[in-house]
Design a protein around this ligand. Sequence first.
Ligand code: 2RA
Length: 385
Amino acid sequence: MVKSKQLSRNGYGNKTLCRLESERVTLFFGPFKRIIHVSNQSYRVGIVGATGAVGQELIGLLLARAFPLAELRLLASARSAGRTLDVGGKKLTVQEARPEAFDGLDIALFAAEGAIAKALAPEAVKRGCLVLDKSSAFRMDAGVPLVIPEINLDATRSHKGIIASPNCSTAVALMGLYPLHQLFGVKRVFFSTYQSVSGTGADAIDELEAQTQAYAKGQPLPRKVYPYQIFQNVIPQVDTFGADGYTGEETKMRDESRKIMGLPTLKVSATCVRVPVVRAHSVAISAEFVKPVDLAAARQAIAGFAGATLVDDPANKVYPTPLDFSRQAKCGVGRLRLDTALDNGLSLWVSGDNLWKGAALNSIQIAEAMIKAGIPLKAKEAVSI
Ligand code: 2RA
């Protein structure tokens, strides 16, 4: 359906003509033309892993961001099926995540482990869903876009039903690094992470809490999740070690940064460390760039980047901390300085919510940005994985 209508004069004193083509609105500002996409549509959304930590964040964020929901379907393992969850004051019953549970959905937000995503995501796609997957199951598949919408939304245009969301430490780190790359061209980067226990899961949060309480009572500290006590400690291991001495988390930071920024030969070395913080990851970054760097321009680039808040006034002890950036949509970036060991180098510090930008929020932002840009959610050619 094509409708045309005259709108009132725009701010430039020119008449604006608006043509509505389904969801595409073409605005003419005198000689200039701009296409924007509007939608009154609402979407049938399923959450796989609805009872888990990221699943809970997804529910809260969909409601808080007023995502246009025609239906919200909560899916989880057979063990959790039948439970009821409060969703904005309404009780919703959790259904078992089986292939048929995706019938009729537009979007499936996967917040489950990789094995579940591998088994069920193709089933959801077969049934016409766009899968936004938080696990590492498909991230490095050549046919699956790995997306942070502030960086590479365009990659979603070629999706075949599954779009992957990056690992939490990568997502947080790139909110500081990418705007600098846009300006100066990154060629080498060192990441050191300070990762909260919520990245491991609810058991790890409980372990930190139980160890804190046991210490206060002078009792032996219980330990089952981490190989070492996490209370009053840091553990230089996140995930298991590979033959090259890097952990899975460190390898993900390298490979995912390369894929998202479209820099397949970028030199990356990461050291990932677990710290006794409940929520929000931090990353210290030292990066070398192709062009000479300028601190004022770097700060301006961070301040103007959609995924970041510049918090950088060290003389007044102003810099981001994980506590300040828990439950924040943007990541905090600060401690910007010229790196004294690298040519054209900058060092900086980023803190961001691992359960939001590092997980649930990024998936929702992908859907929101696709809808806003008019990128079809339905795959033209469904994936065969
Ligand atoms: C962690 N990367 O923090 C994980 C969570 N995805 O351990």
